[in-house]
Write a protein that binds this ligand. Structure first.
Ligand code: CO
Length: 208
C-alpha cells in the first residue's frame, strides 16, 4: 500500500471541496447532525459513503465483523446510545452484505479462537432459524438467507433496547434492515416492521 498516495489524494480532495465551497471545512468543523445511524460490516468492499452517495456528516457509522449488536458489547451499545439519545437520529440502519466472510465462518465448524464468541452471535441466529435454513438445499442460497436473517435478528436486538423503544414512541425513530448485494452493487430492503417485531417480543422485551 502506497500511503503517500493517500496523502496526495487527500490534498486533491481538500482542493476540490474548497473549489466548490470555500467555507466547506469551516462548516464541517462546527457540529454534526446526521439523520441516521448506519451499522454495517467491516468488510473492505462495503464502503458506506460511496455505495450510498453520502457525504461527510450524513451518517453516523459503526462497523464490525458481520454487523452484529450483542447486548453486552459496550462498543456498539455506546454508539447506539449516543446516536439515539444525543444525536437524535431519525433512523437506525443495519446493513449486511452477501458474501460476508463473518457469516460464512459462522456456518463452518472450525475453532477460530478469539472470533468464536463473536461468531456465536451468528450461530445463534442459525439456531433460531434452523428449520428454514436447513430446508434450503443450495449452499449459496442458505448462506445468503443467513446473511438476511442475521440482519433481521440484529434489528430485533436493536428494538430490544429501552432507549430505542422510547425514541420510537416519542419521535417515531425507525429501524431498517438492508443487504448490500455485492454481486450487483444494489441495496436490498428487507422491509423490517418495527411495530410488528415489538408486538411479537413485547411480553418479554418491552422496557418502556
Ligand atoms: Co461481512
Amino acid at each position: 500500500m502506497d500511503f503517500k498516495k493517500i496523502f496526495d489524494n487527500n490534498k486533491e480532495w481538500v482542493k476540490e471541496k474548497i473549489k466548490i465551497d470555500k467555507d466547506y471545512f469551516e462548516n464541517l468543523g462546527k457540529d454534526q447532525n446526521p439523520e441516521f445511524l448506519y451499522i454495517g460490516c467491516s468488510d473492505s468492499r462495503v464502503t458506506v459513503e460511496e455505495i450510498m452517495g453520502l457525504n461527510p456528516g450524513d451518517a453516523f457509522v459503526h462497523r464490525n465483523i458481520a454487523n452484529v449488536v450483542p447486548a453486552t458489547d459496550l462498543n456498539s451499545a455506546s454508539v447506539i446510545d449516543y446516536a439515539v439519545s444525543h444525536l437524535e437520529v431519525e433512523a437506525i440502519v443495519i446493513c449486511g452484505h452477501y458474501a460476508c466472510g463473518g457469516v460464512k465462518a459462522a456456518m463452518e465448524s472450525e475453532d477460530l479462537g478469539l472470533l468464536n464468541p463473536w461468531l456465536r452471535n451468528i450461530r445463534d441466529v442459525y439456531r433460531l432459524h434452523k428449520k428454514e435454513l436447513n430446508a434450503i438445499k443450495c449452499d449459496e442460497e442458505r448462506y445468503e438467507r443467513l446473511v438476511e436473517l442475521n440482519v433481521q435478528e440484529q434489528c430485533v436486538n436493536i428494538i430490544k433496547i429501552a432507549s430505542v423503544q422510547k425514541a420510537h414512541r416519542e419521535r417515531n425513530l425507525n429501524v431498517y434492515g438492508w443487504v448490500f448485494d455485492i454481486h450487483t452493487g444494489e441495496i436490498v430492503d428487507l422491509k423490517i416492521d418495527f411495530d410488528k417485531i415489538l408486538h411479537k417480543i413485547m411480553d418479554i422485551y418491552h422496557l418502556d
